[in-house]
Design a protein around this ligand. Sequence first.
Ligand SMILES: C[S@@+](CC[C@H](N)C(=O)[O-])C[C@H]1O[C@@H](n2cnc3c(N)ncnc32)[C@H](O)[C@@H]1O
Length: 216
Amino acid sequence: MSAIWNSSHRFDLKAAEWDENPRRTALAESVAKAVIETARPSASMQAMEFGCGTGLLTLALAPHLGRLTAIDTSEEMLGVLQKKIETLGIRTVETRCADLLQTSNADLGVDELDFICSSMTLHHIADTQALLNRLVGLLRKGGTVAIADLDLEDGFFHDDETEEVHPGFERSRLQAMLEKAGFERVSFRTACEVSKTNRAGEMKTYPIFLVTALKH
Ligand SMILES: C[S@@+](CC[C@H](N)C(=O)[O-])C[C@H]1O[C@@H](n2cnc3c(N)ncnc32)[C@H](O)[C@@H]1O
């Protein structure tokens, strides 16, 4: 079978059990903590998260932000998040099924954002530079981006070899791409580490970075 980039069907199938993996919930918790400490979100900020999935990061950050638009390409992942929003009676988070690279700002329902965040989604998007350029177009001058993802890995992090992904990112190369897109004050930290038996059957530890930057 040939490799496929961002099959929303693949995530649709995983949605119902997504939150049952304690590695995922712990990762999101660590990323949320790192984002709050480093990027200092505030209740006055209009925000967006791309690749929100079932909302593990979304719901941890929502109390620290103003309106938050949570975007994903998987209807089923968003459906899980939507149920949580309704159950918890959250009024500040809106979900939207969209691919950022295919959707205008008007269709996303956002305008001049203060804050964009994401966790573990960047490596699923084929054209990293196009995505970063798009983020710049969504932010106001001085707006913040906070993205968590895998550091450059051995290529065995994902269990499914037919899934086309970036094998994490080299920090210096991602910094250059952010600066090329129009970000400044780019800063990396390690948000957490994920230890797991990888696709090659080896127990490995994979660091997860958080990069923050401001729109120039
Ligand atoms: C590995 S999951 C991470 C989900 C969530 N952030 C978490 O940490 O649990 C990646 C998510 O990104 C979504 N995704 C992939 N490509 C996307 C794109 N181009 N635009 C929006 N969402 C995308 C997938 O549907 C999936 O829900």
